[in-house]
Ligand binder design. Sequence first.
Ligand SMILES: [Zn+2]
Length: 383
Amino acid sequence: MPVQTQRLVSEFEKLVSFDAESYHERQIADYLEERLAGLGLTIYEDRAAQLLDEEGVHSADEESAGNLYGFLAGTAPGEALLFSSHMDTVSPGKGKKALFHENGLITSGGDTVLGADDAGGLAVILEMLTVLQEDRIPHPDIEVLFPIAEEKYSQGGRVLEYERIRARTAYVFDLDGTIGSAALAAPTILSFSVTIRGKSAHAGFAPQEGIHAIKAAGDAIARISCGWADEYTSLNIGLIRGGTQSNIVPDLAVFSGEIRSLEHERALKMAEELRRIAEESAAKYGASARTEITEQVRAYRTPEDAEAVKRFRRACHVLSLGDGKLIETFGGSDLNQFAQHGIQGLVVASAMQKVHTTEEYTTVQDLEKAAQLAVALVQNKED
Ligand SMILES: [Zn+2]
């Protein structure tokens, strides 16, 4: 195969070396702009950082960057293709470095994440672009998108300038698991926060004058099931706080969590059910409940007969990766955002394991296979 392993691995090592936690993508964006321009792409960095600042989501500073877009004009007919990986990593992601071990294993130093999520995808896409040009492989228009703040519920992807994007088919390199697998569905993610308001009173002298917000919250929490609601839907209460001190009847309790469902309507129904329970429990104690629901990302499902899926399967065949393993994921990605704007695609496994932990790792072999897959997706050969 035309993929050059050493070049790919060095690129990966370089990309890992950037501090690029969410909203701190300036340095890696500068580097990637230079790389893409060097590969002959037309580059555009959008105003995502300013837009998110204006919305009050995150203040822009000298470390902020916009989403990076690159366009490579086609040398052959065919529908435009979009390849995407995000520039940011989770924390702890400062001072990352890639350590190389026997048998191709690559880990972090143990005190940070490795950042193969998503530097693996970035390296793979750069290698693919290099191979296309080096080997003069005919290709349709290719668009590359490197968003910011994917790890913050795809805030960068949410404010992208979609009118700029021509491709209707996207491959987002941002999934763990075996190379040759891909997610065709991802969930709606709703965050919720329930605020119960009661009334404070001295707990020793006049408890009868108080309205116990924590008791009301406890009642609601006991009635809300956590875990799997069905095979498509899960709910978690992950945080609780309330009260001020041990001799005061607490007037405030707040609990918050998340609902995920592969079916958008189901997630909304769960949220309404939660609101109803919170209100009932609060009323039982004479308290009030306010439930705030925030839609973080919306579910999508790419049909199995979509061109994006067929092309992926052909690429897997050519590389002897089987039929292409299609899965449903319970994690969001930038594809959730793209799908809201008429772009169909898959999130493909891109050489990352144990992501979001300091034990994150990848392998040289997986990086190589993922790069070959990216090239094969462009070539679109029948085997
Ligand atoms: Zn990721």
